[in-house]
Ligand binder design. Structure first.
Ligand code: PTT
Ligand code: SF4
Length: 610
């Protein structure tokens, strides 16, 4: 095989054993890598209904066939497991040296199973793996941990670690690297913590082997040059994803005050231009010439890397309009290893609950000091923090008072930074995403704003599916960043050329979309297998707030989603996907995708249609 190494490393922490396994070429052909590998492995190897924080869960690091080659933005890694936050399939994507080093060490994926009997660091250096004592690192922040490991292993080592959030099993703890890149929203950091795995270090000295090395070199270099010619390049370098704050405000999709409002009175103060004035550094993922990480100094004087989601959720959504203070909260989230989206979401929920008198604690909109203390309380699971550490779905169940109507999640994953009172396609995208409410699979909002927000047309359903294929299926499985395509218009044809040079395979976008559908359907049946008889179409419905409580300000004042029309597009969506009216893939659909065996297994847990 070219492009792929053909080897997966299996690490058993309970037995302190490792084994390098060659895998069948069919896995690569049918699932590509990244998310495709992760969901296939989790489906095959996890017993249904296991406790996600038990040794029975498995943690997967998976790269794709393009990861690590010298081509644009190819330093991405999928981190996956059964999610402790949602109980379903969970993954995240992070740009990291670990992606490149893991591939150069000879592995396309690593499966971590069992649980170490004390805190450890897993060191994988080419063919050798070691379990190192991490007693001195347990209790340290992600930044301190990485610093200590970097002193030992140098600047190029690929290091992934957890902070105190992951150690304390906060259900939305994520995995951090390179002082400001983080991934694994649905609690992948907590899964790492449950295994006593403080960090993983990858060091690889091998070369990736391409089917056509000369073509790879030429086309990779050409790709990098092409990125530089794109008209949006200069502005992208200036603002990166932060430009979206102004856009969201202008178009009434910014989450403000726990998604009650679609505009924020201090949006300008936390927007892309405000950020530019404070910027001290541009950082980015390995292999990338678009470096979009914007670093400013927070009110705590510490460096903090800002992205749209971080700022939208820790700023407007909690009523905070001071960018340096937002940056300080973001930095704290990175140090503790807490997902900023879920964090801003649970804090906004607590502020609203406090305002409504549903909790005793006083937490008020826009109060920096109180909020900073609450972030710490969440990381260490103290008081109110302990309840919020379980995620917003669980917190709403606990406090009652109809708060589940404004607990902003789908399937237990907190909604990311787009308010959908007037965006039915984006609401559908959130509701049918493979991990819960994340924009990763189908960010249709920008298209929807341009093409008309009121309609609930079939065209919108088609767009959601098209994006779920390209973004959630192909990019997540190839192991590259999707932003060159989305933000600069770097054409999709480049990726079929890269695939050819790397693997020798001729694949057009129809072929890739078929793989994407296979991957997407497998993530769906993973969820259905876990929820069994509790699964229903209500799992694919966004929060009641969007249907019943319109914003009170701005151009979208009074606008809300229509439940009857939403149900109709959801049924169109199911039909186009080849799923039944409950949102479960039919046997015919699964067979068409080469998942006949999967259908048979699923049938043991839930009735499925022909
Ligand atoms: C992603 C989610 C996002 S999506 C953001 S900002 W974004 C938040 N970033 C966090 C952070 O930072 N610190 C923290 N403690 N928690 C955070 N949670 C949030 O996590 C990220 C970029 C971005 S910035 C985006 S959109 C794109 N995402 C990609 C993706 O998913 N796949 C892919 N093939 N390419 C992508 N390119 C872009 O990567 P999750 P990163 Mg992230 C500080 O993790 O779980 O996927 O959730 O990885 O290296 O930081 O790059 O406006
Ligand atoms: Fe990373 Fe940004 Fe480059 Fe994507 S564009 S690889 S997120 S630095």
């Amino acid at each position: 095989m070219f492009g792929w190494n053909g080897t997966i490393l299996r690490v058993n922490l309970s037995k302190s054993k490792v084994a390098a396994m060659r895998y069948e070429a069919d896995l690569a052909k049918n699932f590509l890598g990244g998310r495709g590998f992760a969901v296939r492995i989790l489906w095959d190897e996890l017993k249904p209904k296991i406790d996600p924080l038990s040794p029975e869960n498995k943690l997967i690091f998976a790269a794709g066939p393009l990861t690590g080659f010298a081509l644009p933005s190819s330093g991405k890694l999928v981190l996956a497991a059964k999610s402790p936050l949602t109980g379903g399939y969970g993954d995240g994507n992070v740009g990291t040296h670990a992606a490149v080093q893991m591939r150069k060490a000879g592995y396309d994926a690593v499966i971590v199973e069992g649980k170490a009997d004390k805190p450890i660091v897993l060191l994988v250096q080419d063919k050798i793996a070691e379990f190192l004592d991490a007693k001195h690192l347990w209790g340290l922040s992600s930044f301190e941990t990485e610093k200590k490991l970097r002193e030992l292993y140098g600047p190029i080592a690929g290091i992934l670690c957890i902070g105190q959030g992951g150690e304390n099993l906060v259900k939305f703890a994520n995995v951090v690297c390179q002082e400001g890149r983080a991934g694994g929203r649905p609690g992948i950091g907590a899964v790492m913590g449950s295994k006593n795995l403080k960090a993983v270090v990858f060091i690889g000295s091998g070369e990736l082997s391409a089917a056509y090395p000369k073509e790879m070199k030429e086309i990779g270099a050409e790709g990098y040059r092409e990125v530089l010619t794109k008209p949006n390049y200069a502005f992208w370098k200036r603002q990166g994803t932060m430009m979206t704050i102004e856009w969201s405000q202008e178009n009434g999709v910014l989450p403000a005050y726990n998604y009650r409002e679609c505009v924020f009175e201090k949006a300008e103060a936390v927007g892309g231009f405000a950020m530019e004035k404070l910027k001290v550094l541009n950082r980015g993922c390995p292999q990338c010439n678009m470096t979009c990480g914007n670093v400013i100094k927070g009110s705590d004087r510490k460096a903090s890397e800002l992205d749209y989601e971080n700022v939208a959720m820790l700023g407007p959504n909690i009523g905070l309009g001071d960018l340096r203070q937002v940056a300080a909260l973001n930095r704290a989230a990175d140090e503790f290893g807490l997902d900023t989206i879920s964090l801003g979401n649970v804090i906004g929920f607590a502020m609203e609950a406090s305002e409504r008198g549903l909790i005793q604690e006083q937490v008020s909109w826009g109060r920096f000091k109180e909020t900073k203390a609450l972030v710490e309380a969440i990381a260490y699971r103290r008081g109110l923090g302990n309840m919020l550490a379980e995620g917003v779905r669980s917190a709403a169940d606990k406090i009652g008072g109809a708060s589940n109507r404004w607990a902003m999640h789908v399937k237990g994953l907190e909604i990311s930074g787009y308010n959908c009172h007037a965006a039915p396609a984006m609401a559908l995208a959130y509701s049918t995403s493979s991990i819960g409410a994340h924009h990763k699979d189908a960010w249709v909002i920008s298209w929807e704003v341009k093409t008309g927000r009121e309609s609930y047309s079939e065209e919108k359903v088609d767009k959601v599916i098209e994006f779920q294929r390209i973004r959630g299926g192909v990019f997540e499985s190839l192991g590259v960043c999707r932003l060159p395509w989305i933000e600069l218009g770097f054409e999709l044809e480049w990726y079929t050329k890269f695939m050819h040079a790397a693997t020798g395979m001729e694949r057009n976008w129809n072929d890739l979309n078929l793989i994407a559908d296979r991957v997407f359907n497998l993530t769906r049946v993973f969820w259905v297998r876990e929820y069994g008889k509790n699964w229903s179409k209500e799992m694919d419905v966004p929060p009641t707030r969007w249907f019943e409580e319109p914003p009170t300000k701005g151009a979208l004042k009074g606008v809300k989603l229509d439940r009857t029309k939403y149900d109709a597009i959801l049924q169109h969506y199911y039909k186009k996907r080849g799923w039944d009216e409950r949102g479960i893939p039919t046997k015919t659909t699964l067979k068409k995708l080469g998942l006949g065996e999967v259908a048979k297994q699923l049938e043991k847990r839930v009735e499925i249609s022909e």
